[in-house]
Design a binder for this molecule. Sequence first.
Ligand SMILES: [Mg+2]
Length: 357
Amino acid sequence: MREKIILHLDMDSFYASVEIRENPALSGLPVIIGADPMEGKGRGVVSTCSYEARSYGIHSGMPISQAYHLCPQAVFLPPIMKKYVRVSESIMQVLRDIGGEIEQVSIDEAYLNLSTDISYENAAEHAAKIKQKIRESEGLTCSVGIAPSRTYAKMASEHHKPDGLTVLPPDQVYGFLSALPVHAIPGIGKKSAQILINAGIILIGDIARIDVQILQEIFGSNAVRLKEIALGTDREGLRISGPRRSISRDHTFQVNIDDATQIMKYLDQMVMSLCQELQERNMYSRTIGIRIRNQNFHTRTKSITMIQPSRDFRILQKTINLLFSDIWTGEPVRLIGVRCSGLVRLNPVQKTLQDYF
Ligand SMILES: [Mg+2]
């Protein structure tokens, strides 16, 4: 059987890099994309930050007020999703041009299955070409990992950032893994890592050596999978089995909000991201729905089935805005969500003779 070859691509500090490329004066400065810091009193979080900002201990997901206290002189910018979605589309196109199955996992991250008919050397050449193309056409850097499973490919791309290319043929996987700390495995968060460290399990190599029953006490049914990953024998491919029936996005507010303009801004971003995914999957949505949860965790939903399946941002945005004004009572909102369902692939319109003249 052929060895799997999975490529993982992750853009380097994506939103921040896009802003810096458009304003070179920001280059070399700590740049933070996220909520308005309001001189340390702002709410919301850091979306992305430049590597210079990271050296102050700032990272994505951190409260913006904390980021402000760590580095008040940083350049704080609001995210402009429309712009990032456009850049993302052209990056995904570079991947599609290579051919092979693609699994986009976020706006700046995707897996590519290169397993058919190529060697690890060929795969590395492809990766170098992808990186060069993205640098030339978008002026951005990315990090790429190539390995025999989804998990190892992600760990490989993480290993060397920014602008890295890490190739892990099957016979090098175990050597690479065994010396890494346990938290390098995707899905092992701070808490699990601390439990492992307390039990004297510091490196992935320690997980490989330890009895699976001890892992079971900590991780339950996930222990076997974790052991497999640590041993270097995981071979999971892309997660794109069969067409998806629905796709959705949601957002939980840090502080409940009742500002309609603000809520609609988030709805717009979610619709934009869903339209992008529909484009990505070459699908259209027949039904679009909204979900609103209030501070008492009471959830209301409403959806509309359209006459014509669509992935047009303006059409879906307008529909969601209608649904929102229909079910929102003005009460503070804790969570909002948008779902596209009844996904269909439309046959391309048959060309008639006239189209050729
Ligand atoms: Mg990234």
